[in-house]
Design a protein around this ligand. Structure first.
Ligand SMILES: [Zn+2]
Length: 228
């Protein structure tokens, strides 16, 4: 092979490896075939949909961990038993596969957590939880969380507190309210402006978000984070 051709081949290989590593999904824990293939398909479809919706590239390699049992899930996440999964630092930790299948929540849980991964890559790990949860619910079209009897409009910090309630009904109502708020923002301002507001949050700037909340009549429910 001539030197120029060798150089082009190396470039091609490098680019191929870069693209392949961008979309690597590693599955750990008990997840035999054909479920393994199903999980990869759900994750990739959600990544593709989110990339179009949020007009961004998805560049995080994801690790998906299926826990052995409830105790293992609680130890790893600290989440309550009704949660199907949790995203943190590139890792989606899920309840045991059979538990998610029996409850019929494998797909919505995966889609919700992939949405968190995508949103965090845009807005950074310090983005407000009320916004991330509301957007994750509408981006995963989780009807079970949207259908709950939503609480009256109240401050976002109060809704974040409700997410920690030991009462499942109150938690679901908070999720529904957050989803309504997120939908309101998207319908009024569009995904492009939301993308810009999330990118600004990553830089520690919340002015675009405040402007959008003002236009939607929701600024009164927002308070800047301490030190923000
Ligand atoms: Zn969530």
């Amino acid at each position: 092979m001539r030197p120029a051709a060798q150089f082009c081949f190396v470039l091609f290989l490098f680019r191929f490896l870069l693209l392949a590593s961008d979309h690597t999904t590693i599955i750990e824990g008990e997840c035999p075939e054909p479920e393994r293939e199903t999980v990869i398909r759900i994750v990739e479809a959600q990544e593709e949909l989110l990339a179009k919706t949020l007009q961004t590239e998805f560049g995080i390699p994801l690790r998906i961990v299926f826990c052995r049992d409830l105790a293992d899930f609680r130890n790893r996440t600290g989440a309550r038993i009704w949660h199907g999964g949790q995203y943190s630092h590139g890792i989606i930790t899920l309840q045991r596969l059979t538990v998610l299948q029996e409850q019929g929540i494998l797909e919505t849980t995966l889609r919700h957590e992939v949405a968190h991964a995508m949103l965090e890559s845009l807005a950074g790990p310090k983005a407000p939880r009320w916004l991330m949860e509301g957007l994750a619910v509408i981006l995963s079209e989780d009807l079970s969380l949207m259908a709950a009897d939503a609480s009256q409009a109240c401050s976002f910090s109060r809704l974040e507190e409700e997410l920690h309630s030991s009462d499942r009904g109150r938690v679901q109502a908070a999720y529904s309210r957050l989803a309504i708020n997120a939908r309101n923002l998207v319908d009024h301002c569009g995904w492009l402006r939301l993308h810009q507001a999330l990118s600004a949050l990553h830089r520690g700037v919340d002015t675009p978000l405040q402007t959008m909340l003002g236009e939607c009549g929701m600024l009164e429910f927002y308070s800047r984070p301490p030190g923000g």
